[in-house]
Write a protein that binds this ligand. Sequence first.
Ligand code: 5GP
Ligand code: ZN
Length: 133
Amino acid sequence: MEDCIFCKIINNEIPSYKIYEDDDVLAFLDISQVTKGHTLVIPKKHAKNLYEIASEDLIKVHQVVQELTCELTEKFNAQGVNIINNNHEAAGQTVFHYHVHIIPRYDENDQLTLKFGSDSKIDPQLVFNEFNK
Ligand code: 5GP
Ligand code: ZN
């Protein structure tokens, strides 16, 4: 896609630190390293997000996510990893080409904060009922 930054990275129109590439998938270091080894894994075929990506591309991307997670963890001696994928602006997506963040974790003082709050006003029984309506 013409105006897509990640398509430009695929086509080498924008430089990047590529750490994995095959016919269908590319992985490169995020320009803004939340933690050491923060990597983005993308399909070469442009798709905006999880809602639009073809399932065969999704599978290939996530196979690479697993392989690179193991490799990054071992090479950088990470203690864990977060896999994050944002879809649509409401979820924090800023680049509209499907991508998965691999964020190796080291200790509680690294630069990623994830907090799962709990909304006491939401009753899971009612959510379940609505889902099954
Ligand atoms: P999102 O917020 O859409 O899930 O994440 C987009 C990510 O792309 C951000 O973490 C941002 O740092 C990264 N990013 C944006 N532009 C570039 C770029 O030109 N090169 C690289 N390597 N990463 C980028
Ligand atoms: Zn693109």
